[in-house]
Design a protein. Structure first.
Length: 113
């Protein structure tokens, strides 16, 4: 007696599940977006860390030797250079990862689905 109602509810549930599974195809793109933001924040943190370490070392040496602005300026600039060098190294690693021929394998997998 309730079989038609149950089968209809089951079809509706299957349709909802299929609709939700269709939305999962967007997740890798979103995860890729967050991955790119993560790389950007990593580079910013590396730059700021280099600046802060250089500033701290320069200030410490200036206090130790009593020459306040000399080492502070020199080591802050060295910290900036070190931060930029580390940031460029991270960008080169990211570029190398993006240049790998993973896209060919991924396209073949998409065509097969």
């Amino acid at each position: 007696m309730s079989d038609p109602d149950d089968s209809e509810r089951l079809r509706q549930l299957d349709a909802r599940i299929a609709k939700l599974r269709g939305g999962e195809a967007k997740r890798p793109h979103q995860e890729e977006h967050y991955s790119q933001a993560q790389h950007a924040w990593r580079m910013v943190i590396e730059l700021v860390a280099g600046l802060l370490i250089g500033f701290g070392m320069g200030y410490g040496l200036d206090v130790l030797f009593g020459t306040l602005p000399v080492f502070l300026v020199v080591f802050t600039l060295l910290g900036l250079a070190a931060g930029i060098k580390t940031m460029m190294r991270s960008a080169a690693e990211l570029s190398k990862d993006l240049d790998k021929p993973k896209t060919g394998a991924d396209e073949g997998a998409k065509d097969g689905d």
